[in-house]
Design a protein around this ligand. Structure first.
Ligand code: SF4
Length: 428
């Protein structure tokens, strides 16, 4: 179940129906004030709403106070083992404390931190990690790690409640995706405090993003989770923020900036779409409006599945079409497609989202698309195959019959990022 309670970290509400919050953690030494502030600013620019900083030494607490004073987002102090650092971080103005009650030196030390947090109105995140469960749960962990994680979390919750403190959120983190999903599902049935989600040490930008998308995406789609952090092995913390936003946008839980749709390309592609997509993606970063922009590698399917996009391009060898809301705006020479697409986007945004069609140019564009469609009417494109499969599946037919006769697409992966070999275009 979704959390019922709400806490506030600085001016950010968490849980109780508030939007899922994007968090991340700085990778700099906190004592290095300028580097940490610079990183926080970059994270903030990427959309990070709460930042956690590691506070393992006294120097870090000293820096923390100055960092908090200039940070554009609330700061959580991440404390392990040393409860006096938690006390100092609260005094330094931390907006929240992240604490693992199992490694802070006993219930009396936890109570001391809680007393200070209550006095200053500071919330906490109490975290349980698969690698650091309390000793008395080690046997249970061997038999049933999910139950051990949830037991540890509920014991910590009981400890907090026994201290008359309810201003906290809870996290269970594991490197294991199925365990993270199962334990958070179970925990969400037992407590109604906000939950923070993450996959610990999930890996590189590639593998970590995928693991996080699967693990966190599954939980978020169930309505479980109030804040998320994507942990990636990169020193660019803003990358974690971007991945977090893509997960939330994909699930339509939050809106932030444009959504890019791009076809996967196939053997029908006749222009350098990889570069075009990369350029459009980069230029869209400057926009805050949640516009949907589609990039189609050809016009063989007409505007097809991209008809609902606010704007799009369908490319071809020499000319392509810019379209909006399912209708051609105009035909453009392929090298100008990207620039002209942004001209149209900007014009529309200046008019509050309205698109102005020049009927003659639009008709010329639609005619161009119609001709390409007609010339390729018999071509079984991925999009036509998907539509055909859906139709046949609805009729209860064997949708795999005849697949062997379909045109084969040759793929050669001998160039590292964007292979051109074997494709119909040559990059300039
Ligand atoms: S047929 Fe579909 S996948 Fe292939 S280039 Fe055209 S739009 Fe892209």
């Amino acid at each position: 179940m979704a959390s019922k309670r709400q806490i506030w970290v600085g001016d950010v509400p968490i849980g109780g129906g508030a939007p899922v919050v994007v968090q991340s953690m700085t990778k700099t030494e906190t004592a290095n004030k300028q580097a940490t502030i610079d990183q926080i600013n970059r994270m903030h620019e990427a959309g990070c709403e709460i930042v956690r900083c590691a506070v393992p030494r006294d120097d870090d607490v000293v820096a923390l106070k100055e960092i908090i004073a200039v940070s554009p987002v609330p700061i959580i102090a991440d404390i392990h083992f040393n409860h006096t650092l938690a006390l100092k971080a609260i005094d330094a103005g931390a907006h929240a404390i992240r604490l693992n009650p199992g490694n802070i030196g006993g219930a009396d030390k936890v109570a001391e931190v809680v007393a200070r947090a209550k006095e200053k109105g500071v919330p906490m995140r109490i975290g349980v990690n698969s690698g650091s469960l309390p000793k008395h749960l080690h046997e249970l962990e061997k038999k049933n790690s999910v139950e051990a994680l949830v037991t540890a979390a509920t014991e910590f919750v009981a400890l907090m409640e026994s201290l008359d403190y309810e201003d906290f959120k809870v996290s269970i983190k594991s490197t294991n995706v199925p365990n993270t999903i199962a334990s958070n599902r179970l925990l969400s049935e037992k407590i109604d405090y906000p939950l923070h989600l993450g996959i610990t040490e999930s890996g590189t930008k590639w593998s970590g993003s995928l693991k996080s998308s699967v693990g966190l995406g599954t939980l978020l789609a169930d309505g479980i989770g109030d804040t998320i952090r994507i942990s990636l092995s990169t020193f660019h913390a803003e990358e974690e923020v971007k991945v977090a936003w893509e997960i939330l946008k994909a699930l339509q839980l939050r809106e932030k900036g444009p959504v890019l749709i791009a076809c996967p390309t196939c053997g029908r592609l006749q222009f350098d779409m990889d570069t075009v997509v990369a350029e459009i993606e980069q230029r869209l970063e400057a926009y805050e409006e949640p516009i949907e922009v589609a990039v189609l590698g050809c016009a063989v399917n007409g505007i097809g599945e991209a008809a609902a996009a606010d704007f799009g391009i369908a490319g071809a060898k020499n000319e392509g079409v810019i379209f909006a809301q399912g209708k051609a705006l105009r035909k453009v020479p392929t090298p100008q497609l990207v620039d002209q697409l942004f001209v149209e986007i900007d014009k529309s945004l200046e008019r509050g989202g309205e698109v102005e069609f020049d009927e003659a140019q639009s008709a010329e564009g639609m005619e161009f698309i119609r001709k390409i469609e007609e010339e390729n009417a018999g071509d079984l494109t991925p999009e036509k195959l998907a539509a055909l499969e859906a139709e046949k599946a609805n009729e209860g037919e064997d949708i795999t019959a005849g697949l062997a006769e379909l045109p084969q697409v040759k793929v050669q992966l001998d160039e590292s990022i964007s292979p051109q070999a074997g494709r119909r275009f040559a990059r300039n």
